[in-house]
Design a protein around this ligand. Structure first.
Ligand SMILES: *Cc1c(COP(=O)(O)O)cnc(C)c1O
Length: 229
């Protein structure tokens, strides 16, 4: 792994660009979110200095603390990518501009109800569970359309697309091909819900080949995550 943060970021961005071109896509149509979970706010500052503006966190408390500590920085956007409890919806909405992990009506309702007067619409994605394990989070594919209709009825939420994590026991290319088909189903309901949040350190090139628009990349850029205490 390259030694410095700047080098790792450059290497990942070069790989993203190469994978995009190899699939006949424009690299600019792909958003690279840097997942900073477990890392201190200083790492976010270093990444901001390198021009990164899209950050991902998977726990509400850590998101809230870091977003508060960093404060307003030009163009910064926080993406919440973890499982959310409905009683944390207000805090998630206060800190994040995008929520990737809407997987049930009650969470959509709680995020919707958490809008403050004059808030912009919250960008949300539906997380789809590609495994047979309900504990992994995400709506089962059979319920996708029903959840999309429900979210469509939440006035302060803007449905942007889908999020998925490739299962460990399936080739990422196969998993992401399923996601691409689910995305087509979603767009049949809402043509604007075009985002596909897929691809992490180990599989972002396969995700790009399958049409991912948003990559959630942690350790390839940040280096190994510190142990969580
Ligand atoms: C941690 C995390 C990532 C990033 O993982 P890496 O393998 O470090 O790139 C992406 N998505 C989700 C949902 C995560 O929790």
């Amino acid at each position: 792994m390259p030694d410095t943060l700047a080098q790792r970021l450059t290497v990942v961005d070069e790989r993203i660009a190469a994978a995009a071109v190899a699939s006949g896509r424009a690299p600019q149509e792909i958003t690279r979110i840097v997942v900073t979970k477990f890392h201190p706010a200083d790492l976010v500052r270093d990444l901001l200095a390198l021009g990164v503006t899209e950050f991902g966190e998977n726990r509400q408390q850590e998101l809230t603390l870091k977003a508060d500590e960093i404060g307003a920085a030009r163009g910064i956007r926080w993406h919440f990518i973890g499982q959310a409890q409905t009683n944390k919806a207000r805090a998630v909405r206060a800190a994040a501009q995008v929520v990737h992990s809407v997987d049930r009506d009650r969470l959509a309702d709680a995020l919707d109800a958490a809008a403050a007067e004059g808030d912009p619409a919250l960008d949300v994605l539906l997380q789809v569970n590609l495994t047979d394990d309900p504990g992994r989070g995400g709506v089962v594919p059979a319920d996708l359309e029903r959840l999309a209709e429900h979210v469509g009825g939440c006035p302060t939420l803007r449905l942007r697309g889908l999020m998925a994590v490739a299962p460990l026991d399936e080739a990422p290319a196969d998993a992401f091909a399923r996601v691409a088909r689910l995305s087509e189903r979603l767009r049949a309901i809402d043509p604007d819900a075009r985002w596909i949040s897929a691809g992490m350190t180990g599989d972002f090139e396969e995700a790009i080949a399958a049409g991912a628009t948003h990559l959630r990349i942690g350790s390839a850029i940040t280096g190994p995550r510190p142990e969580r205490g």
